[in-house]
Ligand binder design. Structure first.
Ligand SMILES: Nc1ncnc2c1ncn2[C@@H]1O[C@H](COP(=O)(O)OP(=O)(O)O)[C@@H](O)[C@H]1O
Ligand SMILES: [Mg+2]
Length: 253
């Protein structure tokens, strides 16, 4: 059975693409088959995060009827498949979001997981991904702006009868001013299934166009992504605080 999971956020820049590239790599490490799709055809960047920005065929070609979905699918070195979107101006002008839904359904049965990196917000493009998906993972940051937009997103999911798996709390700095996990769960009415700290290792991995899960597998962030992937796959994973963090973690409090 294929689980189609949209990874979305109300607000932009919260870490959706980072989440999709890392969950894909982490699920692949857990021996799951995964297809990562760039469902953000107007401002695509999944290919950039994965170090493969130039493709002969992309999601837009599929949506325009110029390529079959399998022609636009590429194998990433970390053990999963990717369907990127084209970043050129003429291609980002063309999308008709509903066409993406048909294209994604043609992949049913091809892998255990299909992860869609969606457009931010509640526009027609984001809605198309949420409609296509069976499940929704909401990416939030611990601030009010991100949470109020996320709340609207959960309503859109309800409308399309897409099951909300829960929220993932990204860019946690453990500063006193941050909104905590319990408050977020109460506000959104969904569980927080994982947390990813603010981690330099992520920015470094992104700059070097690789998921941190494979770039720095021992980093705290890599382990936190792995724990979320394990949760999604119904498995358990124990995070081991890196030695540096264990020695100096207490200094933060
Ligand atoms: N937990 C984190 N720690 C440090 N940097 C992060 C973290 N999550 C995301 N980033 C960085 O923030 C930027 C935006 O993330 P991205 O995944 O592109 O957001 P979105 O897809 O939601 O717009 C990227 O450069 C990424 O490396
Ligand atoms: Mg993105």
């Amino acid at each position: 059975m294929t689980r189609i999971i949209a990874v979305s956020s109300g607000k932009g820049g919260v870490g959706k693409t980072t989440m999709v590239s890392n969950l894909s790599a982490a699920l692949a490490k857990l021996n799951k088959s995964v297809i990562a799709i760039d469902g953000n055809t107007t401002t695509p960047n999944l290919g950039l995060h994965l170090g493969i920005p130039l493709y002969p065929k992309t999601m837009q070609d599929v949506m325009m009827g110029r390529a079959g979905i399998r022609e636009a699918m590429y194998r990433h070195g970390d053990g999963f498949s990717v369907i990127p979107a084209d970043m050129s101006v003429e291609k980002i002008m063309t999308p008709q979001p509903h066409r993406m839904i048909d294209a994604i359904y043609r992949l049913l049965g091809e892998s255990e997981f299909i992860l869609i990196d969606t457009a931010a917000g509640l526009g027609s493009e984001a809605a198309a991904s949420i409609k296509a998906a069976d499940e929704l993972l909401v990416v939030v940051n611990p601030d009010m702006a991100s949470l109020t937009e996320a709340l609207k997103l959960t309503k859109v999911a309800e409308k399309h009868e897409t099951h909300v798996i829960g929220a993932v709390l990204n860019r946690v700095k453990n500063e006193g001013i941050e909104i905590g996990k319990k408050e977020i769960e109460r506000f959104l009415g969904i569980p927080v299934i994982g947390t990813v700290n603010e981690d330099y290792a992520i920015r470094k991995a992104t700059a070097e166009r690789s998921p941190v899960v494979t770039h720095s597998p021992k980093s705290l962030a890599a382990q936190q992504f792995t724990a979320i992937a394990a949760n999604m796959a119904g498995e358990s994973y124990q995070i081991r605080m890196p030695v540096f963090g264990r020695l100096f973690g207490w200094l933060r409090f």
